[in-house]
Design a protein around this ligand. Structure first.
Ligand code: HEM
Length: 469
């Protein structure tokens, strides 16, 4: 069965084999350029996976050299190696001018790891309960503004709604009620600074980078004022900002105002594009697969019967069908198609076929979620949208080992916002399914691979009619 086919052999990552991964040279890559430009990353990576296996290096005439690791067998060390042996290194340097020098990759490793703990504690699943009611409130208010029927661009609607939810649940009511528009605009300006150029040269004084820097300084000022005002008045709120204010380093030192501002901007950034991307793909997939749409609506009927006063925290945890519909949309369309690390200590990787390779120190390694999530010995008919693959009988995300489903990463840097992300997506989609008949009127979207963070291309036009379960 699949379990035996995808078994992971434990090897000593430090043992040397004396063999480097096969190399795809610049000429071979040039031959793939037309495919890349016309169809994006997935067919190019697939071609390389089929022809070179699950571990290979690509070199663009010695300028860029990256080793690709594909599938759960090859990515064990990538995901769970010690931070001192494999980490993002300076690959996330572009986030320093976005979030500030007080946090993340602006700090030393030990401080950064403590700050990662602040993030994961602030977003712990057990803390989600307090977010459900504000999320519901935002969602209800937002859709109350829709008419009896009409056509909307769901992509745009979700982007606005998700920012409102973040405004309320992450940043807190001071921002949400009094300065949301300014904060939203500043955040958009920081986000616009995320381009291939800023990734490669984060400090180049391009107009986009200069605007990003100005916006970050102003946003930090606004958020710092909110933090200062809470501290001086002794006011305590239920939001994530408060959790970060209350966080303490191991030596008992509290977070500074600047650190809190940087940490919360980091969370906004980590959750924004990923969540709006996933909610839009969920819409495109659900509305073009009537059987799964019916199943998701039927589940809402069942939940509505049980929770007569309206859905609450537990109700959302019981929406397995909707959960799997979202998860499958994200399997097919991962929000981060490529995850990257830098190797600080040589390690050995073993492919599923038992071939072993050395990955030397200073190598850049990457794993393409966009290939991992389609591996045919893990996912039956991987091109098909089939949320049932995650049901109790099949559990395709588990049979290949813990790194089979990589849309939220895995191991040491697994997404800390996963539970929060599912909760807000289920709150939104459950409301839509309970209150509207929806029909996709634009074609099923392609992925826009021209963007640094790929998106569903164009608008997602949906006709809605108010209905009400
Ligand atoms: C569907 C939505 C989301 C997806 C698909 C997603 C995906 C990911 C992935 C793939 C990573 C790992 C990156 C790597 O290994 O290099 C990650 C990390 C992270 N995510 Fe998410 N994310 C989502 C939503 C969120 C939300 C809503 C938040 C916060 C509110 C969040 C916060 C984070 C943080 C803080 C990290 C860094 C973890 C670390 O480095 O230790 N994410 N996310």
């Amino acid at each position: 069965t699949k379990i035996t086919r995808a078994r992971i052999t434990n090897i000593d990552p430090q043992r040397t084999t004396g063999q480097l991964p096969p190399m795809v040279n610049g000429l071979a890559l040039l031959g793939l350029l037309p495919t890349l430009l016309k169809k994006g990353l997935p067919p190019m990576f697939n071609y390389l996976y089929v022809n070179y296996g699950s571990v290979f290096s690509v070199s663009c005439f010695g300028v860029i050299k990256v080793t690709l690791l594909i599938g759960p067998e090859a990515t064990t060390h990538f995901f769970q190696g010690l931070e001192s042996e494999i980490s993002h290194g300076n690959l996330l340097e572009f986030t320093v001018p976005m979030f500030g020098k007080a946090v993340g990759y602006g700090r030393d490793t030990a401080t950064r790891m403590e700050q990662m703990r602040f993030h994961s504690e602030a977003l712990r699943a057990s803390r989600l309960r307090s977010h459900v009611s504000p999320m519901l409130q935002e969602v209800e208010d937002f859709f109350a503004k829709w008419g009896e029927e009409g056509v909307v661009d769901l992509k745009l609607e979700f982007e606005q709604l998700l920012m409102l939810i973040s405004g309320r649940c992450l940043l807190g009511k001071e921002v949400r009620e009094n300065m949301f528009d300014e904060v939203y605009t500043l955040f958009r300006e920081i986000e616009k600074g995320v381009t291939l150029i800023s990734f490669l040269f984060p400090y180049l004084p391009t107009p986009a980078n200069r605007q990003r820097d100005r916006a970050r300084i102003r946003l930090t000022e606004i958020l710092s004022n909110v933090v200062e005002s809470r501290k001086s008045s002794g006011r305590v709120e239920e939001d994530t900002l408060q959790k970060l204010i209350d966080s303490k380093y191991k030596d008992g030192r509290p977070t500074t105002v600047e650190e809190v501002a940087g940490l919360i901007i980091g969370l906004l950034f980590a959750g924004k594009h990923t969540s709006s991307h996933t909610s839009t793909w969920t819409g495109a997939c659900l509305l073009s697969h009537p059987a799964f749409l019916r199943a998701a609506i039927e589940e809402q009927h069942q939940v509505a019967k049980k929770y007569k006063d309206g859905p609450e925290y537990n109700a959302f945890l019981e929406m397995d069908t909707l959960h799997n519909c979202i998860k499958e949309a994200l399997r097919k369309n991962p929000a981060t198609p490529l995850l990257v690390r830098r190797v600080h200590k040589r390690f050995t990787v073993q492919t599923k076929e038992g071939q072993q390779y050395d990955i030397p120190q200073d190598y850049i390694v990457a794993t393409p979620t966009i290939v991992n999530n389609y591996i045919p010995y893990i996912y039956t008919d991987p091109q098909v949208y089939d949320p049932n693959r995650f049901g109790p009988e099949r559990r395709e995300d588990k049979v290949g080992g813990k790194f089979s489903y990589t849309s939220f990463g895995g191991g040491r840097h697994v997404c800390t916002g996963e539970a929060y992300a599912y909760m807000q997506l289920k709150v939104i989609w459950s409301h839509l399914l309970r209150n509207f008949d929806l029909e996709l009127v634009s074609p099923f979207p392609n992925t826009d691979w021209s963007k640094f963070l790929p998106d569903p291309q164009g608008k997602l036009l949906v006709r809605y009619t108010r209905n009400g379960i």
